[in-house]
Design a protein around this ligand. Structure first.
Ligand code: ITT
Length: 199
C-alpha cells in the first residue's frame, strides 16, 4: 500500500519517514513525488481540524491513503499559545529562529517552574474512499532560557526535557523519535495503517 505524507515541513517528513521505515507492505511517498500538489489552507481552530483538512485534501488529490500531522507548542504561561499558530508565531514568512526568539522574549525573566510547555501532535489518516481516523500524542517539557542544540527543527532548541537534561535539539533523532508527541501519535496511527493495508 502506498501512503503519502501530507506535509511540506521537511523536519516532519524526516521524522515520519524514519518512524514508518521498514513496515512491510507500506511504501511512503511525500510531496516531492507530487510536485504539482496545491497548498492546503490551514484555517482550523484546532490541531485536529487542520490535520483532517490536510489529510482529506491530499487523499483526494493523490487518490492514496494520506497521513497528515498538525502539531504545535502550548506554553502554560501564555495560556496555550502559540498552539495552532506555532508555525507562524512571529508572523507569516518568519522562520524558526524568529519564532524561538519571540518565545524567549515573552518568557524573559521567568523561573523554570513558570516555563512549563507541551508539544501536541494530531495525526490524521484519510483514505481515498472517504474514511478518516485521528490519533494524538503529547510530550511535556519546559521552555529553556536560551536555544541549545542543532538537531531537529522548529522549537526543538528551546524544548527542554529535565529527565534528559537536554533539549530536543540536543537529543539524537532516534531518541526524539521514541519519546516525542509525534512518536506517540504515530505509534497509534501505525496500527490503523496496518489494518488499512490488509483491506
Ligand atoms: P505542514 O502544515 O505542511 O505539515 P507546518 O510546519 O505548517 O507544515 P503545522 O501547521 O502543524 O505544520 O505547524 C507546526 C509547527 O509547530 C512547526 O512549524 C514547528 O514550529 C512546531 N513543531 C511541531 N512539531 C515540532 C517538533 O517536533 N519540534 C519542534 N517544533 C515543532
Amino acid at each position: 500500500m502506498k501512503v503519502v505524507l501530507a506535509t511540506r515541513n521537511q523536519g516532519k517528513v524526516r521524522e515520519l519517514e524514519a518512524m514508518l521505515a521498514g513496515i512491510e507492505g507500506i511504501k511512503v511517498l511525500s510531496f516531492q513525488d507530487f510536485p504539482e500538489m496545491p497548498d492546503v489552507a490551514e484555517n482550523g481552530q484546532t490541531f485536529e481540524e487542520n490535520a483532517v483538512k490536510k489529510a482529506r485534501e491530499v487523499a483526494e488529490y493523490t487518490n492514496l491513503v494520506a497521513v497528515a500531522d498538525d502539531s504545535g507548542l502550548e506554553v502554560d504561561y501564555l495560556n496555550g499559545a502559540p498552539g495552532v499558530y506555532s508555525a507562524r508565531f512571529a508572523g507569516e514568512n518568519k522562520n524558526d529562529t524568529e519564532n524561538n526568539h519571540k518565545l524567549l522574549r515573552l518568557l524573559h525573566g521567568l523561573p523554570m517552574e513558570q516555563r512549563k510547555a507541551r508539544f501536541r501532535c494530531v495525526i490524521a489518516i484519510a483514505t481515498p474512499w472517504g474514511d478518516i481516523y485521528t490519533t494524538e500524542g503529547n510530550c511535556e517539557g519546559f521552555i529553556g532560557y536560551e536555544m541549545a542544540g542543532d538537531k531537529g527543527f522548529g522549537y526543538d532548541p528551546l524544548f527542554y526535557l529535565p529527565e534528559y537534561d537536554k533539549t530536543f535539539a540536543q537529543l539524537d533523532l532516534e531518541v526524539k523519535n521514541r519519546i516525542s508527541h509525534r512518536a506517540r501519535a504515530l505509534e497509534k496511527a501505525k496500527s490503523i495503517l496496518l489494518d488499512l493495508k490488509e483491506r
